[in-house]
Design a protein around this ligand. Structure first.
Ligand code: ATP
Length: 545
C-alpha cells in the first residue's frame, strides 16, 4: 500500500429516505485500506441502510460512492461484488439444503469444456480455508442446514472471498455467536486485514468494537456524528456519543429472595428436530422473584427446552408444571393465558409477522383477551392504544403504529416484541436473548425492566449468549451441555473463563482436580482462571451488579 493510496471506500453525502423516514442524511464515511472500521449507533440510526447502499441493495437518493478512488454506481449487489465489495448479512443468505461447496460457488461456478469444474472450485476453496485457518473445508460436502451458526457464518465469508471481495461488510456478525465463536471471528477479522482486506462491521457490543476496530464511526438519527480512533475512546464515551446521555453498565446489587416455585420440569426428555440433540432428564425449578439464567453453546438443547416450556412442543418424556399443576400437554395459546409469556429466539420466524403493521402485531397473543377482545369482537382502538403504549415505553422507532413491522430496524423490532410479551402481564417470562441487536441505551432499559419484573414477583428464565448479561441479571446460572444441565453456578462468584469451560462440557470439579494434579507435579499454586485466554479476552470481565 502506498502512502497516498485512496481509501478503500469513500461515501460522500449519502442520503436515503423511505417515505418520510430519513434513514441516512448526507452521511460521509471513509474506510481506509487494510483497516477494520466499526459502525455504531442507536437502533434505527441508519447503519444497515448505509451499508445496503454501499452493497447495491438500495439506491441512494443523493450522494456518491467511491471505491479505490473511482466513482461507482451500483444497481445491484452483483455490481458491488464486481467492484470487490462483499456483505455478510445478519440473516445468512445460504441455500440450506445445498452443500457448502455448492453454496460457495453458486453463480460463480468455474466452467471447463461447458461443465462445472468441481475440482477446480474445491481446490480454490481449500486454498482459501488454509490461508485463513477456516475449518469449513472439512464440511464441503455437508448440507448447510446441518451446520451450526458460527460455521455458516464462515461459509458466508468464504463465499465472499471466493467472489473476490477486497472490502467486507459484516452486519452485526457477533449477535448470534457464542463468546468462543466471537473470539474466533475477531481473530479472523485481524487475519483478513493483515492480508490486505478492508473491513466494516456493525455491532452493539462496545467492548468488541474497542478491541477489534481501528476506527469507529457513530451514526445518530441518520447523521454521522463522529469518527474516532478506537485507541482514543472508551465504552462510556461511545455510549454517550450514540445515545446522547450517560449509560450505566452496572446493575445495582440485590439480594436473592426467591418465592414459591412457579415453573417446574421433571425429568424432561426431548429429541431435537434432527434427532441429534437430546435434552435429557432436565429438572428445572423457577421461583417467583427469581431470574434463572441458562448458559450454553447454541445447539445444546436450549431450543428444545424453550419449546417444551412455552408449549411449542410436547416433550418425549417427563412433565412440566405451572404453579404445581401439570401443563405438559397444554398448548402455546393456553399457556400464555395461564401466565407464561415468551420472548422468542428467532424474532423473524416467531416474534413478528413482518407484513403486518405494529397494531396487528400488538394483537398477537391477545386475540381473546379483554380489553382487546370482547364477546368474540376485536376492539381495534384498544389494540392500537396498546401498540402506542409499547412504542412509547420501549422507545420504538419510527413511533408509528401503522408502520409495517418488516420496515423497522432489527433492534426496534426486538424492542417491540419485548414490550408486547411483558404486556401480557405474565407470571413467568421465558426470555430468549432479550437484548439481541438492541443498542446500549435500550439494553439498559430492558435490563432494568426485567429486574423490576423480578421484584414484582415474576419467575424469569433468561437464555442468553451474552455472559455479561447473564451475570448482570441472573440469581443463579445453570449450564446446558449436550442436552443436560451439567452444573449450577453463582453469577457473582463465577468468571467468564469458568463459565466458558463449563459451556465446553468441563465440570468445575474436574478442572479443579486436574489443576490440583498439575500443581502437585509442578509444585505450583493454582493460577487464577485466565479469562483472557479462555473466553472473552476483550471483555472487561466486569462482575459488579
Ligand atoms: N425497507 C424499509 N422501508 C421503510 N423503512 C425502512 C426500511 N429500511 C429501513 N427503514 C427505516 O430506516 C431507518 C434506519 O434503519 P436501519 O435498519 O438502517 O437502522 P440500524 O441503525 O441498522 O438499526 P439496528 O441497530 O436496529 O439494526 C429506520 O427508521 C427504519 O425503520
Amino acid at each position: 500500500m502506498t502512502a497516498d493510496a485512496p481509501p478503500a471506500v469513500r461515501l460522500e453525502e449519502i442520503t436515503k429516505t423511505f417515505g418520510d423516514v430519513v434513514a441516512n442524511d448526507a452521511v460521509d464515511f471513509r474506510l481506509e485500506r487494510e483497516s477494520i472500521h466499526a459502525l455504531l449507533g442507536e437502533n434505527g440510526s441508519g447503519k444497515t441502510t448505509l451499508m445496503n447502499v454501499l452493497y447495491g441493495l438500495y439506491e441512494q437518493d443523493a450522494g456518491t460512492i467511491h471505491v479505490d478512488g473511482e466513482p461507482r454506481s451500483f444497481d445491484s449487489p452483483q455490481d458491488a461484488m464486481a467492484a470487490g465489495i462483499g456483505m455478510i448479512h445478519q440473516h445468512f443468505q445460504l441455500v440450506e439444503p445445498m452443500t457448502v461447496l455448492q453454496n460457495v460457488v453458486l453463480g460463480h461456478e468455474p466452467i471447463d469444456g461447458g461443465l462445472v469444474d468441481e475440482d477446480a472450485a474445491r481446490e480454490e476453496i481449500e486454498a482459501l480455508c488454509n490461508r485463513y485457518g477456516f475449518d469449513v473445508d472439512d464440511h464441503l460436502e455437508t448440507p448447510v442446514e446441518e451446520l451450526d451458526l458460527g460455521t455458516r457464518q464462515r461459509v458466508e465469508i468464504v463465499k465472499s472471498l471466493y467472489r473476490g471481495a477486497d472490502t467486507l461488510i459484516l452486519d452485526e456478525p457477533t449477535a448470534v455467536l457464542t463468546p468462543q465463536e466471537v473470539e474466533g471471528l475477531l481473530d479472523l477479522l485481524e487475519e483478513l486485514r493483515a492480508s490486505g482486506r478492508s473491513l466494516i462491521f456493525i455491532s452493539h457490543k462496545l467492548e468488541e468494537v474497542l478491541a477489534a476496530a481501528d476506527r469507529i464511526t457513530v451514526l445518530r438519527d441518520g447523521h454521522a456524528v463522529d469518527t474516532v480512533a478506537a485507541a482514543d475512546t472508551s465504552r462510556q464515551e461511545l455510549a454517550r456519543m450514540m445515545v446522547g446521555r450517560e449509560v450505566s453498565f452496572e446493575r445495582p446489587a440485590r439480594e436473592a429472595v426467591p418465592g414459591e416455585p412457579v415453573l417446574e420440569t421433571e425429568e424432561l426428555s426431548i429429541v431435537g428436530d434432527r434427532g441429534l440433540e437430546r435434552v435429557s432428564e432436565i429438572d428445572l425449578t423457577v421461583r417467583a422473584h427469581e431470574i434463572l439464567g441458562i448458559a450454553g453453546v447454541q445447539g445444546n438443547g436450549q431450543t428444545e427446552l424453550i419449546e417444551a416450556l412455552t408449549g411449542h412442543r410436547v416433550p418425549d418424556e417427563g412433565r412440566v408444571h405451572l404453579r404445581g399443576e401439570e401443563i405438559t400437554d397444554v398448548g402455546r395459546r393456553q399457556r400464555l393465558e395461564a401466565g407464561i409469556a415468551a420472548i422468542p429466539e428467532d424474532r423473524n420466524a416467531e416474534g413478528l409477522v413482518q407484513e403486518y403493521d405494529l397494531v396487528k402485531n400488538a394483537l398477537l397473543g391477545n386475540q381473546t383477551v379483554p380489553p382487546y377482545a370482547n364477546d368474540g369482537w376485536l376492539d381495534w382502538s384498544a389494540v392500537e392504544t396498546h401498540a402506542e403504549e409499547i412504542i412509547e415505553e420501549f422507545d420504538v422507532h419510527p413511533p408509528d403504529p401503522t408502520a409495517r413491522a418488516g420496515s423497522l430496524s432489527g433492534g426496534n423490532q426486538q424492542k417491540f416484541i419485548v414490550g408486547r410479551e411483558i404486556g401480557h402481564d405474565p407470571d413467568v417470562l421465558i426470555a430468549a436473548h432479550p437484548t439481541r441487536g438492541v443498542d446500549v441505551g435500550s439494553l439498559e432499559f430492558i435490563h432494568d425492566r426485567l429486574l423490576e419484573l423480578r421484584e414484582e414477583g415474576l419467575g424469569i428464565v433468561l437464555i442468553s449468549s451474552k455472559l455479561d448479561e447473564l451475570r448482570a441479571l441472573a440469581d443463579r446460572i445453570v449450564v446446558m451441555y449436550e442436552g443436560a444441565f451439567i452444573d449450577e453456578v453463582d453469577p457473582i462468584e463465577t468468571s467468564d473463563a469458568e463459565l466458558g469451560l463449563l459451556m465446553a462440557g468441563q465440570r468445575l470439579e474436574e478442572e479443579a482436580e486436574r489443576e490440583t494434579g498439575d500443581r502437585s507435579t509442578l509444585g505450583e499454586t493454582r493460577p487464577e482462571p485466565d479469562a483472557e485466554a479462555t473466553v472473552d479476552r476483550r471483555s472487561g470481565g466486569d462482575r459488579e451488579r
